[in-house]
Ligand binder design. Structure first.
Ligand SMILES: *Cc1c(COP(=O)(O)O)cnc(C)c1O
Length: 227
C-alpha cells in the first residue's frame, strides 16, 4: 500500500462536509508530497518549528493546521500563515495568538480544546471553565482571533461505547454554545474530533473535521529518523 491508496481508503469513510486533516507530524516532505499529488491540501502538524519549516519548503496552496498543544512562546513561528489552531486551552495562549496575529494584520481561526476523555490530561477546558472564559470581558476585547468551534480527544481505549459517549459530550457542549454564547456567530461551526482509531465513531457523533495520521502515512517512529 502506498500513501495515495491509504488516502483513498480513508476518504471513502469520510462523507462530504467532513474535512480531512492529514496529520503529517514527524513525516518527511517526500511523503507529504505523495499525499499532495493525490489531491490532499490540508495537513496538520503538532510542532510549531516543524510546521513553519514545512510551510516554507512545500507548496504554497497547502492549508496548514496546528493540531497539538501549543506553547505561548512558540505562537510566533506559525502566526504568519497558520490556517487553524486546533487546541487553544488557556486564555493566556489565546491572548498571545491575538497579539501575534495583530502583528501580521491577520485574524486567526481557532478551536477551543475541551477535555472530554476520562484519562488525566493537563490540556483542555471543562464546560464551566469554557463558558466562563467566553463570557469574560477580556475575551470580548480580542480582535485578531476567531473562534470557529471545539476540538476534543477521546480516551485511548478499545471501549467503543466510552469513546462514543465522550464524542457525544463534545457535540452537546458545541450545541449549547452555538445556541447561547455563539448564536450570532455563523463561523462557529466546527467540531474537530476523530483520529485514525476512532474517526468513524466521531463522524457518527457529529464531527466536522477529522485528524488522521497513521492510517494515511503509516505508524510514526519517534525514536529513529522520522519517516
Ligand atoms: C497525532 C495526532 C493525531 C493523529 O493521530 P493518528 O492516530 O495517527 O491518526 C490527531 N490529533 C492530534 C492532536 C494528534 O497529536
Amino acid at each position: 500500500m502506498n500513501i495515495a491508496d491509504n488516502l483513498r481508503l480513508v476518504q471513502e469513510d469520510i462523507p462530504k462536509g467532513v474535512k480531512l486533516v492529514a496529520v503529517s507530524k514527524t513525516k518527511p516532505n517526500e511523503l507529504i508530497l505523495e499525499a499532495y499529488k493525490a489531491g490532499q491540501r490540508c495537513f496538520g502538524e503538532n510542532k510549531p518549528q516543524e510546521l513553519s519549516r514545512k510551510h516554507q519548503e512545500l507548496n504554497k496552496d497547502i492549508e496548514w493546521h496546528m493540531i497539538g498543544h501549543l506553547q505561548t512562546n512558540k505562537v510566533k513561528y506559525i502566526a504568519p500563515f497558520v490556517a487553524l489552531i486546533h487546541a487553544v486551552d488557556s486564555l493566556k495562549l489565546l491572548k498571545q495568538i491575538d497579539k501575534e496575529a495583530a502583528k501580521h494584520h491577520r485574524c486567526i481561526d481557532f478551536l477551543f480544546q475541551v477535555h472530554i476523555a476520562q484519562e488525566e490530561s493537563k490540556f483542555g477546558f471543562n464546560a464551566e471553565e469554557l463558558v466562563a472564559l467566553i463570557d469574560s470581558e477580556e475575551f470580548k476585547t480580542l480582535e485578531h482571533v476567531n473562534p470557529v468551534g471545539l476540538m476534543g480527544m477521546a480516551t485511548f481505549t478499545e471501549d467503543e461505547d466510552q469513546v462514543r459517549a465522550e464524542f457525544k459530550s463534545l457535540t452537546k457542549l458545541f450545541q449549547r454554545l452555538k445556541e447561547n454564547q455563539f448564536s450570532t456567530h455563523p463561523h462557529f461551526k466546527e467540531i474537530s474530533m476523530g483520529m485514525s482509531g476512532d474517526f468513524k465513531i466521531a463522524i457518527e457523533e457529529g464531527s466536522t473535521m477529522v485528524r488522521v495520521g497513521s492510517s494515511i502515512f503509516g505508524a510514526r517512529n519517534y525514536a529513529g529518523i522520522s519517516g
